[in-house]
Design a protein around this ligand. Structure first.
Ligand code: ADP
Ligand code: MG
Length: 157
């Protein structure tokens, strides 16, 4: 269950928006998605596109300073976390994620490795990267729910 489900090239932001729309139509809460990849790889771009695809029309800002931004759209409570600037994973305890995380929650986490064991386990891991000047996304499922989403979204290789 930990293999690569697919790899997809995302040549431009429209391609990310298309992918995010597929996710928006396939993901049902509760679900935990880790967004991995270097600075600038496209993690926030994906989360923003996902939240917009669910119908949220306001500005989706990067949570890199605030740590957590929350949205309600398409029947989902979206928690968008970015742990890039966290100094101690214990800080996550103050966010009381356990209390925020409910049956309608979709949690998306940038820089999840910095949360150590203070984060719930992922159903899906999306890895953002660039090779030969082409950006790509790799999808790896880690639960049955994650596998379902991975099967119903697609790569292109
Ligand atoms: P991260 O959150 O991983 O640090 P961002 O999502 O903020 O990265 O993206 C960094 C920059 O790359 C932004 O200017 C964004 O518009 C651009 N970008 C993201 N994904 C793509 C893509 N697939 N193609 C072209 N530009 C992209
Ligand atoms: Mg980001």
């Amino acid at each position: 269950m930990t293999g690569i489900a697919w790899l997809r090239d995302v040549h431009d932001e429209q391609a990310v928006a298309d992918l995010a729309s597929e996710f928006a139509s396939q993901v049902s809460a509760p679900l935990v998605i880790y967004l991995q990849g270097d600075l600038g790889a496209g993690k926030t771009t994906f989360a923003r596109a996902y939240i917009h695809a669910l119908g949220f029309s306001g500005y989706v800002k990067s949570p890199s300073y605030g740590l957590l931004e929350t949205y309600r759209a398409g029947g989902q409570d979206i928690l968008h976390l970015d742990l890039y600037r966290i100094e101690d994973p214990e800080e996550l305890e103050y966010l009381a994620l356990r209390d925020l995380y409910g049956a309608n929650t979709v949690l998306m986490v940038e820089w999840p490795d910095r949360g150590k064991n203070h984060l719930p386990k992922p159903d899906l891991v999306l890895e953002f990267g660039e090779k030969d000047e082409t950006r790509f996304v790799i999808c790896r499922p880690f639960s049955e729910q994650g596998e379902q989403v991975a099967e119903n979204t697609s790569g292109n290789t």
